[in-house]
Design a protein around this ligand. Structure first.
Ligand code: MOS
Length: 764
């Protein structure tokens, strides 16, 4: 058995993913666990109500927080009277800028390695107002209802100052090139405008996407207490280490004096980082000397937590007679603030999707007085692919070419901007298999040709893409015990996407143990590593850390095993985990179990911490996940009602580690993409800078009746340069979807909608 497992492992092993490193075949074997449809290990806990979320910790002396939000976009608090609130039943504390402890602003995301703040504005430090909805006071009381009531009794008057709350005004007044983490978001290769002017065919259009707000099922919440000098935070976060470090900066204490845990998160999508609520909760807990639960209301999430900002994008493509791209222009403007970490980088997908000799890509940021916007699933690509993939469809129609054929003609051989080879790119294959399964051949090339009763029917497709990332600083601890069980620990996150399950599969496979023998500990800032659950990169980052730790573990175990073992004389590189112990890769008959090695050495357990190598693979290769997505829509000729009747995603994301959890990620992303296409829109009052629809009653997301059966296929081609052969799958699902729907709407009706969402008034 050992022999055949090891042989198979060697056959299936992709190339070494570490530049300069060595292949490590046993580590990437595929003996049944990796690639298996394992159900979520946290599933039973959740359906039985045994998973405790951030707002569910019942602590001795717990008090409840309620926040008051400003109602003007800019100015200062002119008068403030808290007497009635303080006298209200159950009130423990009313905290305003007058009595809040001195705190530094949150370190803005991107300003330091572990900076997690959504903005870097003062929090209750002065009477200044920076956006409509800014927290201006917090009440603690014995119950949530008492706190909410008392907060409503605070008398506030403002001295308003002129604010920039309209996008057009901001564009005219204060626009500057956008940067992301210090890097400019601009590319110029050749002379794209000149090439465009000379092109045989061209498309040149402006596409618009509105603001979006975050609506995870679990609104943002934290339960906080000070244990002596240590701040203890039961949080709902996608960044425990970053949050701990950032809170330490805010309160001017050592990083190890903040302990953040987040075992369960009810969805994050980019929003569950550090916002005012954790800081306010910690400050109030300090003043009151009691544990505090701060659970934002749904409206509170809209006031305090940023969303996706609006974009206005120009896409121009110039081609030769045969439709080969010569120039690609993708420029435009976003709305943002002066205290912002996320410029909605909509050009990202355009950096690698198509070959061309001339590129002009760039983003301008118009600065408004509004809540800082932030990351939302595929920030950049989600809305950027709407513009780019709509433009490609427009061009195909003008050229009289099938849109898939036009894409095939412009498939680049190397990364067109970076010049590096692709690590693995099978986009056209994804189109071929997707088109066949979807019945693309039945699409009429001419729009408006298919009608069933009052319904016009059409099909559209688009490319989905999201980059592979792996972040530096990954470390993992592996402990093997004499009873044959293992504990793998890393400060990573489970927000419902299946991380804990997939990582248990990966660890069990690497260690050569059954899944039941492996525990995966995560969601705790005290654990090694600092893996952010963002950028679709957790799986690769954790995997690389586990690979590194497992290699160390093998070396340590060989030392313990000494000479009196069948493994004697083998180097760590020649040995891997299998069947509850270690075996030689070339000599699988040479085997000793973990239990045997440890008991011979008189040890109960062995523990190592391994650190992942720097993520150099993305310097050597252009690494991206891809997909071809197909939509069929029905548009009512009388009412304009739009229904997506069929949807298929055909993905090229490297090896799929768990088809069940992967399918959920793709589907969830596609559903979010349908929301982007059909209904999601933050109503922002441009006179006051206030968000007017801060509730799920008025901010529409897809419900079951809006979502057709979603068909999914993937090619499962391992990426030789990614750990486990797997690229990210968390965010790609939302990309391409809006364009596929818009392109299908055009095919059904002949109407090209260039501003989202595609509501029925735009189809009448
Ligand atoms: Mo994602 S927007 O990187 O959480």
């Amino acid at each position: 058995v050992v022999q055949s497992v090891v042989k198979k492992a060697i056959e299936l092993a992709p190339d070494a993913w570490m530049p300069g490193g060595k292949p490590d075949p046993l580590g990437r074997q595929k003996h049944g666990l990796v690639g298996a449809s394992v159900s979520r290990i946290d599933g039973p806990l959740k359906v039985q109500g045994d998973a405790r979320f951030a707002a569910e910790f019942a602590l001795e002396g717990l008090v409840f927080a309620s926040v008051r939000y400003s109602t003007i976009p800019k100015g200062r608090i002119a008068s403030l009277d808290t007497a009635h609130a303080e006298a209200a039943p159950g009130v423990v504390l009313v905290m305003t800028h007058r009595n809040a402890p001195r705190m530094k602003p949150m370190p803005l995301f991107g300003s330091a390695q572990k900076a997690a703040g959504g903005n870097d504005l003062p929090i209750l430090q002065d009477d200044r107002i920076h956006w409509n909805g800014q927290p201006v006071a917090l009440v603690l009381a014995h119950t949530q209802e008492e706190a909410d009531h008392a907060a409503s009794l605070i008398a506030l008057d403002y001295a308003a100052e002129p604010a920039t709350t309209s996008f057009e005004a901001a564009k005219a007044k204060c626009t500057e090139p956008a940067t992301f983490m210090g890097q400019p978001l601009a590319v110029a290769i050749g002379d794209a405008e000149a090439a465009l002017a000379k092109a045989a065919h061209r498309v040149d259009q402006v596409y618009r996407t509105p603001r979006h707000n975050h609506n995870p099922i679990e609104p943002h919440a934290a339960t906080l207490l000070w244990e002596g000098e240590t701040l203890r935070v039961h949080d709902a976060t996608q960044a425990v280490s970053h949050t701990a470090w950032s809170l330490a900066q805010v309160f001017g204490i050592e990083e190890d004096k903040v302990h953040v845990t987040s075992p369960f998160v009810g969805g994050g999508f980019g929003s569950k980082t550090l916002w005012e609520h954790q800081v306010l909760g910690a400050a109030a807990a300090k003043l009151a000397g009691r544990p505090v639960r701060i659970a934002l209301s749904r409206e509170g999430v809209y006031r305090v937590v940023g969303g996706r900002t609006l974009t206005e994008q120009r896409v121009a493509i110039g081609t030769d007679e045969d439709g080969r791209f010569d120039a690609i222009v993708h420029t435009g403007t976003i709305a943002t603030t002066a205290h912002n970490g996320m410029p909605e980088p909509f050009i990202l997908a355009t950096l690698n999707l198509y070959g061309a000799r001339n590129f002009k890509l760039g983003i301008d940021a118009a600065k408004l007085d509004m809540i800082a916007n932030t990351f939302m699933r595929a920030p950049g690509e989600a809305v950027g692919t709407f513009a780019l993939e709509s433009a490609v469809d427009e061009l195909a129609h003008d050229l009289g070419l099938d849109p898939i054929e036009l894409r095939a003609r412009n498939e680049p051989e190397r990364d067109p901007v970076k010049g590096t080879p692709f690590s693995s790119r099978n986009l056209l294959e994804a189109y071929r298999t997707g088109a066949e399964r979807f019945g693309w051949a039945h699409r009429s090339p001419e729009p408006g040709m298919r009608r069933e009763g009052d319904w016009r029917v059409g099909m559209g497709c688009a490319t989905a893409t999201y980059p592979y990332h792996r972040m530096p600083g990954g470390a993992a601890r592996i402990t093997i015990r004499r009873d044959g069980t293992a504990l793998v620990a890393i400060a990573a996150h489970e927000m419902g996407m299946g991380t804990a399950t997939v990582q248990t599969q990966i660890c069990a496979e690497r260690l050569g143990l059954p899944m039941e023998s492996v525990s995966f500990a995560y969601g705790d800032s005290a654990l090694p590593g600092m893996v952010l659950a963002g950028g679709s990169q957790q799986t690769a980052s954790i995997g690389a850390s586990v690979v590194a730790a497992q290699r160390l573990l093998v070396a340590e175990l060989l030392k313990l095993a000494g000479n009196d073992t069948p493994l004697a004389g083998l180097s760590p590189d020649e040995v891997g985990g299998t069947n509850g112990g270690l075996a030689g890769i070339e000599h699988p008959d040479r085997f000793e179990s973990y239990a045997s090695i440890l008991s011979r050495a008189g040890r109960d357990e062995i523990s190592v911490v391994g650190e992942a190598p720097m993520p150099l693979e993305t310097e050597h290769w252009s690494m991206h996940s891809y997909g071809a997505v197909f939509a069929e829509v029905r548009v009512n000729a009388v009412t304009g009602e739009l229904r997506v009747s069929r949807f298929l995603g055909s993905y090229d994301c490297g090896r799929i580690l768990n088809p069940k959890t992967a399918a959920s990620q793709f589907k969830g992303g596609i559903i979010m993409g349908l929301g982007l296409a059909l209904m999601e829109e933050t109503q922002f009052d441009e006179r006051s800078g206030r968000i007017m629809n801060p509730s799920l009653a008025e901010y529409h997301v897809p419900v079951h009746l809006d979502v057709p059966a979603i068909d999914l296929i993937w090619n499962d081609i391992a990426d030789p340069h990614a750990p486990m052969g797997a690229r990210g799958i968390g965010e790609i699902g939302i990309t391409g979807v809006a364009a596929a729907v818009a392109n299908a709407v055009f095919n059904a009706t002949g109407k090209r909608v260039r501003d989202l969402p595609i509501t029925l008034d735009k189809l009448m």
